[in-house]
Write a protein of this length. Structure first.
Length: 295
């Protein structure tokens, strides 16, 4: 058995002490540095979440909803979703022209990359709503002043306002003749089995009967993805419509239609609709022109 070496033992203890000191020092540095990094992150998060820089998109969406809830503000023959689509298309194009990070749109704007995006969004929304609801111009002007007061004054703010106004003007021009101002079509109930009839107690006319002819915002035509109609009233499968497990022919036809390509579906749907009586004039053929953002 070898003799115990005090010198070797002392050297080992010294080495262990040095290692322990290194570990303790590293832990101490981590404890000191970690709060510093956390404090910086928390400060950044607090700065970006403070109400000094509110989301202008949400603000102006609420302003539009307030207008739509006002009796008489929305024209009776124009669907409110049109206003929503125009508003957000203008805001999107204005901000996208500055950020240059999103898909291209039909509006080609020149904007400085340091232009204020909040100012652009507010100006675009304001310009759209003033055009669509001129009777609310005074209130909308006050809303814009409040929105712009939340953006620091300077060149970038002015640039953002200019881009927003240009985006709104472009979108409004694209939608100027979209068919929404047409007179609604008077509904005349048919006399064939299955034709829709006016219902009691008021027997009121359907609303927005002209809307199938309004230029869509995203589709190429209003009937682009319309499914085929149910079987004719005289068909033995009509009593079992919609198709279920007990209606093999109906289920087979429905499954066959779903398995086809979109182009084949549109062709099949158009052919089926042409053989079915309808109280309204048939929709115009799908236009060869692309949606408005591809013009």
């Amino acid at each position: 058995m070898k003799r115990f070496s005090y010198r070797l033992f002392a050297f080992g203890m010294a080495l262990g002490a040095v290692g322990a000191a290194v570990v303790l020092a590293a832990n101490a540095y981590a404890r000191v540095a970690r709060p510093t990094r956390a404090t910086s992150t928390d400060a950044l998060a607090a700065a970006t979440s403070t109400p000094t820089s509110p989301d202008q998109v949400i603000q102006w969406n609420r302003i539009l909803l307030g207008i739509l809830r006002t009796p008489g503000a929305q024209p009776a023959t124009i669907h409110p979703t049109r206003s929503m689509a125009i508003l957000h298309a203008a805001v999107y194009d204005a901000v996208s022209a500055i950020a240059k990070t999103n898909a291209p749109s039909p509006v080609h704007l020149k904007a400085q990359k340091d232009a204020s995006e909040p100012a652009a969004a507010a100006a675009a929304a304001h310009a759209v709503l003033v055009r669509l609801y001129p009777g609310k111009a005074a209130a909308l002007d006050a809303d814009l002043a409040l929105s712009l007061s939340q953006v620091a004054d300077g060149k970038t703010k002015n640039q953002g306002v200019r881009v927003g106004e240009e985006a709104a003007a472009e979108i409004l021009t694209l939608r100027a003749d979209d068919g929404s101002a047409a007179t609604p079509i008077t509904f005349v109930p048919g006399s064939n089995p299955g034709d829709y009839q006016l219902t009691p107690p008021g027997f009121s006319q359907p609303v927005f009967t002209h809307w199938p002819f309004v230029q869509p915002f995203a589709l190429r035509s209003a009937n682009q993805f319309r499914p085929p109609p149910p079987p004719p009233v005289t068909s033995p499968h009509r009593a079992r419509w919609p198709p279920g497990p007990s209606c093999a022919p109906c289920s087979s036809a429905s499954a066959s239609w779903r398995s086809r390509s979109p182009r084949a579906r549109r062709t099949t749907g158009s052919a089926s609709r042409s053989s079915t009586a309808t109280a309204f004039p048939p929709p115009s053929a799908p236009s060869a022109s692309p949606p408005f953002w591809r013009l």
